[in-house]
Ligand binder design. Structure first.
Ligand code: URA
Length: 287
């Protein structure tokens, strides 16, 4: 058994499986996601975009993982990351508007009391984020699901278990090494996709969280996080495997864990994204 296959099997990613051409595009889930996609998401950044870092090229996308038991004895990461692309940087952000930065506690209160969109009528409670505010990794998901809405914490359901396992396999402690937030702080009813107006209403909270944390690396999980931060309509397939940047912060795109639970064939690509992120983080930390 090759080392790569051994690692994948230890973290629950095996067996590798390749889809036939066109399989995913025509899959009913993909078609229904396209049909449900929110209309134009018109997002304005709070700060002027920083000039691109010379060491950052435009970057790639994500996949689906299967829940795996964390193991304290995982071998070191060794799989090869996807090749860096020579694509130009992502779509330029529209003219920025500078918003005042609330203190962290005030920001938490503002989120808790927020009534800026219809989701406040159906939520049980808001979900601000979890983890270490001084963490160097910032993971950004989509929106709270049922469990998160109940418990007030992000990624505590099945997708969260998978995310925890992925982090463990990558050598990251979810409480010490990362901060985890979502694009939306309230659950969309029935776990439907976030609406463009809901993302717009919530975006200043996420932007302020990023400005407070100032992470070394952002991992955008899923298309809503990626498209919101990169101001693009490109899909995950086009965005993963490349190093992007958000306001001069390096950003890598990967699949959303919930997607990976439904689309196991993409779990290998998600693992490659994590390897790529880990290597990128190592390089950035050494700079
Ligand atoms: N999916 C997300 O994007 N965020 C959560 O907090 C839970 C599930």
């Amino acid at each position: 058994m090759s080392r790569a296959v051994l690692i994948q099997s230890v973290i629950g990613l095996g067996p590798a499986w390749e889809a036939r051409p066109g399989w995913f595009e025509q899959h009913p889930a993909a078609l229904s996601r396209q049909a449900e996609a929110p209309a134009d998401v018109d997002l304005a950044p709070v700060e002027p975009p920083a000039p691109p870092r010379p060491d950052i090229v435009s970057q790639p996308e994500p996949t689906t993982l299967v829940a795996a038991q964390p193991s304290a004895k995982l071998p070191p990461l060794s799989a090869e990351p996807p090749p860096l692309s020579a694509e130009p940087p992502p779509i330029a952000s529209p003219a920025p508007e500078v918003l005042p930065l609330l203190e962290w506690d005030a920001l938490e209160r503002a989120v808790r009391d927020c009534r800026d969109c219809r989701l406040c009528q159906t939520r049980t409670q808001t979900v601000f984020g979890r983890g270490n505010r001084q963490a160097r990794w910032l993971l950004i998901g989509e929106a709270p699901g049922e469990q998160e809405d109940r418990q007030g914490q992000p990624f505590v359901g099945r997708a969260g278990q998978l995310l925890d396992n992925m982090l463990t396999a990558t050598g990251l402690d979810r409480d010490r090494d990362v901060y985890i937030a979502n694009v939306l702080k309230c659950r969309p009813p029935g776990n439907r996709n976030p609406g463009g107006d809901e993302i717009a209403a919530c975006q200043s909270y996420l932007i302020q969280q990023i400005r407070h944390i100032q992470p070394t690396l952002i991992l955008a999980l899923g298309r809503f996080a990626a498209q919101t931060l990169l101001q693009t309509e490109k899909g995950i397939g086009q965005l993963r495997g490349k190093l992007h940047s958000y306001q001069d912060i390096p950003l890598i795109v990967s699949y959303h864990p919930a997607y990976l639970l439904r689309n196991q064939p993409d779990k290998l690509k998600a693992w490659q994204d994590l390897v790529f992120a880990k290597k990128t983080f190592g390089r950035l930390s050494a700079d």
